[in-house]
Write a protein that binds this ligand. Structure first.
Ligand code: ADP
Length: 801
C-alpha cells in the first residue's frame, strides 16, 4: 500500500517498528514536517542520512528504506520539538513527490518474511535469555523496553525491540532495518548480542580489576597517610629537638665563619628532608663530624723544659741521645711558638720505646696523644678521606685522629711511615706531606670534610723501622732520631724498673703478691726472647703474671716467688740457647752480621760443594743484592784461585751451594759479602772458620772491603749472641762511638780494608802457598764436564746495609 508522507531525515538514530522513542528535532525542515504531519494523520517517515554531518540533506543523501512512524505527542520548546514517536513499519521510498518547506515522498510498506518454525522460536528464546544475561552484566536499557522484550511478542517485534536496545552503529541499524527476513534478523541479532555480552563481560572484568587495584591503592595511600601522621606526631618533636641540638652544637663548636656557614646550610638541607631519606643520614653524619671536631679546643701547654725532661727520664730508661734531641726540639718549639721546620721521625726496630716516648712527650706537654698506623696504606683517600658522594665515605685518618684527640693541638703519632705505598689510587705520601708540612698545613683539606682544617698546632711525630723505604720528598722533611736495640743489660734494667711494675698493675697484682727474681728476669731475656726491643719481654712477663694472678685469685697462694728455675713452668720449654754459635769451628761455615727491620741479627752462612758443572746454587730466601754478593764472591775467588792455593779451573767440576739458614726469613743487602767469601774459601780449602768471629762488610771484585750501615745494631746483636771478635770495615770504625760501653768491653774488634785480612783473621789456619801447576786437589767425584757454566755477574747496588 503506497502512501504520501513527509520525510524527516535523521542523523544517526533509527526508529525500529514496534518501538517507542522520544526524539528532539531542531532543523527547520524537520520542524515544518512534524507540524504539518501533526495537523493531519500524524504519520511521518524517518530516513537515515548517509552522511550524518550534512545539515540539509537532499533525497539522494537519504537511505531508501526508512521507518513509518506515528507521532504520539509533541512538546514545543523554543526552536525545538520533542516528539514521542512510535515505529509502525518498514517502508521503501518510491519517489519524492513534492517539496515545500519539507520533502514529501511516496512510500510503500515492505512485507516481512516470517515463518513460525521451531528454529525461530528457539532463536527467540535464546535471544531473550541472552538479553537478560546482558542486563545482568550491566547493560543499560530502558526498563519499559526490557519489559516489552521479556513479555511474549512475535518474532518480528522481538527482533525490532532488541535491535533498538543494542549498542549499534548507524549503518548496522540500517542493515537490520533493511532485513525483511525475520529469521536472518534474529540470527544477526544473536551475533551482535553475543558480541555485546563479550564486551560487557570484558568491561566488567576490567572494571573489577581496576576497582581492586583502585581499592588496594586507595587503602595503601590511606594507611600511608595515617602512618605519616602518626610518625609526624611522634617523630617531629624528636626530629625538631634533634635539629635544635645540632644547631646548638654548631654554635658551641666555635667553627671558623665559613665552616659555620656551611654547617648551617647543611642543617637547613636536613630540616627540609624526609627523615627516611637515606641522604639525611649522610648529612647527619657529616654534621656530627663537623660539630665534634676541635675547631677551637686546645690543651694549654703546661710543663717547662725541665719538667718535660724529668717526665721523659721518669718514663724511660736510657735512650739518652733520643731524649736529648727531643728536649732540644721542644725547646726550639717553646721559643718559636709554632712547629715550623721539620717533623720528628723516630726510627728504629720494634719495641724500643718509640711509641711510649711519644706518649711521654704528650704527657710532658700536657697534651692529648693520638696514634694512627699508616702501615699498608696505598690509597690517598686513607689520608685525605673520600668525597661525600661515595657511599660509606669517611674522613681520612688525620681528621679522624684529630676528632679522637678532641683538641686541635695533640701529639699526633703516625706509625710506620716507611710502610706507606703508592699505586694507581694516588700517592698517599703527597697527601701526608701536605698534612705534615708546617708551612701549609693550616689549610689542610680533607675530601670528606670539604672545609679546611688547621693542623698547624698539631705536633706530628712519625715512626719508622727503616729509612730507605720512606718516599724521598717526605724524608727530606723529617728530623730523624735513631732508636737502637737494647743490650741484655739494658733489657734487664728496663724489665726490672719499668715493665715488671707496669705488668703488675695491668694484672691487678702488687709486690706483695709476686716476686720475679732478677735471675728469673735474666733467664727470660736470654732464653725466651731474641729481639732488639723489649716487646716480647714485656709479653712474657705479662704471661707469667697472668698465671700468678690466677693462682692468687683462686686463693691457692698469697705470694708467689718466680725463680729462674720456675720460668719453664710458666712459659714452657726454653726457646733460645744463650749463644747461637756452633760448638766447634766448622769448614764452610761463617758468621755474618745482618741488620733487619727487627734490629741486628747474626746469620750463619753455609757452603757445600758437590760434583757438578760450575753452578752456583743459592738458597735461604736471599734478596737480589745478597745473591749478587754471592756471585761477586765466586768471581773474586776464581780470579784469585792460584793465590788461594786452588787449582786454576777448580770451579769446572763442582757446584757451589750457598745456604743461609732460617730460610723463612728474607735476607738481603751486600754486607754479608765478606762472610760469604770466607765460607766459600773455607769450603774449598777445607780450612775451618773461627766460630766466635763475626764479620760484616761488602766485598768488591778486587777484594776491597767497603763500609756498611747499622753497625751499632749489628754489634749489639753479636754481643747478644755471644760472639767475642768482630771484623768490621775500616771505614766503620767511627760508628763504634754509638755502641754502649758495656758491649764494647766484651768484644774485640778488627778493622780491615781487604779480603785477604779477613781470611787471615777468620780462618783457623793460614792458606796454603800458591800452586803453579794445575793439579786438582779438590776431592770430588769425577763427572763428565759438559759445559762450564759461568754465573752471570751483575753490577749490584751498593746501598749500605
Ligand atoms: P715501639 O713503638 O718502638 O715499637 P713501644 O713504645 O711500643 O715500642 O715499646 C714497647 C714497650 O716497651 C712499651 O711498654 C714501652 O713502655 C717499653 N719500653 C721500651 N723502651 C723502654 C725504655 N727505654 N724504658 C722503659 N720502657 C721501655
Amino acid at each position: 500500500m503506497e502512501k504520501l508522507v513527509p520525510i524527516i531525515p535523521i542523523r544517526d538514530g533509527i526508529i525500529f517498528p514496534s518501538t517507542d522513542s522520544v526524539l528532539t528535532f531542531g532543523r527547520p525542515k524537520s520542524l515544518a514536517a512534524l507540524e504539518s504531519a501533526f495537523q493531519h494523520e500524524r504519520i511521518v517517515c524517518f530516513a537515515l542520512q548517509k552522511n550524518s554531518r550534512l545539515n540539509d540533506p537532499g533525497p539522494e543523501d537519504l537511505f531508501e528504506i526508512g521507518t513509518l512512524a506515528r507521532i504520539e505527542r509533541m512538546i514545543r520548546t523554543d526552536g525545538e520539538i520533542n516528539a514521542q514517536v512510535r515505529g509502525l513499519s518498514r517502508v521503501k521510498v518510491i519517489s519524492y513527490e513534492k517539496y515545500d518547506s519539507y520533502y514529501v515522498a511516496r512510500v510503500v510498506e515492505l512485507p516481512e518474511i516470517v515463518e513460525e518454525t521451531e528454529e525461530i522460536k528457539a532463536l527467540c528464546n535464546h535471544l531473550t535469555n541472552e538479553f537478560r544475561k546482558a542486563m545482568n552484566f550491566g547493560k543499560s536499557a530502558d526498563f519499559l523496553l526490557f519489559m516489552n522484550i521479556m513479555s511474549e511478542t512475535s518474532a518480528s517485534e522481538l527482533s525490532d525491540l532488541i535491535a533498538s536496545a543494542l549498542e549499534l552503529k548507524p549503518l548496522e541499524r540500517q542493515d537490520l532495518l533493511e532485513m525483511t527476513d525475520v529469521k536472518k534478523r534474529l540470527q544477526t541479532l544473536t551475533d551482535l548480542l553475543a558480541k555485546e555480552i563479550k564486551i560487557l563481560e570484558l568491561e566488567r572484568r576490567i572494571a573489577s580489576k581496576t576497582q581492586e587495584r583502585f581499592e588496594k591503592g586507595a587503602r595503601e595511600a590511606m594507611l600511608r597517610e595515617r602512618l605519616k601522621t602518626i610518625e609526624e606526631e611522634l617523630g617531629e618533636r624528636e626530629e625538631q629537638s634533634e635539629n635544635k641540638t645540632l644547631l646548638n652544637k654548631i654554635k658551641a663548636a666555635k667553627m671558623p665563619e665559613e665552616v659555620e656557614e656551611k654547617a648551617t646550610k647543611e642543617l637547613a638541607k636536613l630540616q627540609n628532608m624526609n627523615q627516611y631519606n637515606p641522604e639525611a643520614g649522610y648529612i647527619r653524619n657529616y654534621l656530627d663530624l663537623l660539630v665534634s671536631l676541635p675547631w677551637d679546643k686546645e690543651s694549654k701547654d703546661e710543663a717547662g723544659i725541665k719538667a718535660a725532661e724529668a717526665i721523659l727520664d721518669k718514663d724511660h730508661y736510657g735512650l739518652q741521645k733520643a731524649k736529648e734531641r727531643i728536649i732540644e726540639y721542644l725547646a726550639v718549639y717553646k721559643l718559636a711558638g709554632k712547629m715550623k721546620g721539620s717533623i720528628l721521625c723516630f726510627a728504629g726496630p720494634p719495641g724500643v720505646g718509640k711509641t711510649s716516648i711519644g706518649k711521654s712527650i704528650a704527657r710532658a706537654l700536657g697534651r692529648k696523644f693520638v696514634r694512627v698506623s699508616l702501615g699498608g696504606i696505598r690509597d690517598e683517600a686513607e689520608i685525605r678521606g673520600h668525597r661525600r658522594t661515595y657511599v660509606g665515605a669517611l674522613p681520612g685518618r688525620i681528621i679522624q685522629g684529630i676528632k679522637d684527640a678532641g683538641t686541635k693541638n695533640p701529639v699526633f703519632m703516625l706509625d710506620e711511615i716507611d710502610k706507606v705505598g703508592s699505586d694507581f689510587r694516588g700517592d698517599p705520601s703527597s697527601a701526608l706531606l701536605e698534612a705534615l708540612d708546617p708551612e701549609q698545613n693550616d689549610q689542610f683539606s680533607d675530601h670528606y670534610l670539604e672545609v679546611p682544617f688547621d693542623l698547624s698546632d698539631v705536633m706530628f711525630i712519625t715512626t719508622a723501622n727503616v729509612l730507605d723505604t720512606i718516599p724521598h720528598a717526605l724524608r727530606d722533611r723529617l728530623e730523624i732520631i735513631q732508636f737502637s736495640g737494647y743490650t741484655h743489660d739494658e733489657k734487664f734494667k728496663i724489665g726490672h724498673d719499668f715493665l715488671v711494675q707496669k705488668q703488675l698493675e695491668n694484672n691487678g697484682l702488687t709486690n706483695h703478691n709476686v716476686d720475679l727474681t732478677d735471675d728469673a728476669l735474666k733467664f727470660i731475656i736470654h732464653h725466651y726472647t731474641r729481639e732488639a726491643g723489649v716487646r716480647n719481654l714485656e709479653r712474657k712477663i705479662a704471661t707469667i703474671f697472668r698465671k700468678v694472678a690466677k693462682k692468687v685469685a683462686e686463693g691457692e697462694k698469697k705470694k708467689v716467688t718466680v725463680k729462674a728455675t720456675d720460668v719453664t713452668k710458666y712459659l714452657g720449654p726454653i726457646k733460645f740457647q744463650s749463644t747461637m754459635i756452633e760448638k766447634q769451628d766448622e769448614v764452610g761455615m761463617s758468621t755474618g752480621l745482618a741488620w733487619t727491620e727487627a734490629g741486628g741479627e747474626i746469620l750463619f752462612i753455609e757452603v757445600a760443594l758437590m760434583p757438578g758443572r760450575g753452578q752456583l746454587i743459592l738458597t735461604g730466601q736471599l734478596g737480589d743484592v745478597m745473591k749478587e754478593s754471592c756471585q761477586a764472591a765466586m768471581s773474586y775467588i776464581r780470579a784469585k784461585a792460584t793465590k788461594l792455593g786452588l787449582p786454576e779451573k777448580f770451579y769446572q767440576k763442582i757446584d757451589v751451594h750457598v745456604h743461609v739458614p732460617e730460610g723463612a726469613v728474607p735476607k738481603d743487602g751486600p754486607s754479608a759479602g765478606g762472610a760469604i767469601t770466607t765460607a766459600i774459601v773455607s769450603a774449598l780449602t777445607k780450612i775451618p772458620v773461627h766460630r766466635k768471629i763475626g764479620m760484616t762488610g761488602e766485598v768488591t771484585l778486587r777484594g776491597r772491603i767497603m763500609e756498611i750501615g747499622g753497625v751499632k745494631e749489628k754489634v749489639i746483636a753479636a754481643h747478644r749472641a755471644g760472639l767475642k771478635t768482630i771484623i768490621l770495615p775500616k771505614d766503620n770504625q767511627k760508628d763504634l762511638e754509638d755502641v754502649p760501653k758495656e758491649v764494647l768491653k766484651d768484644l774485640k774488634f778488627h778493622f780491615v780494608s781487604h779480603m785477604d785480612e779477613v781470611l787471615e783473621l777468620a780462618l783457623t789456619k793460614p792458606l796454603p802457598k800458591a800452586k803453579t801447576k794445575t793439579k786438582t786437589k779438590i776431592k770430588v767425584k769425577e763427572t763428565k764436564i759438559l759445559k762450564p757454566i759461568v754465573t752471570p755477574l751483575q753490577i749490584h747496588a751498593t746501598k749500605p746495609n
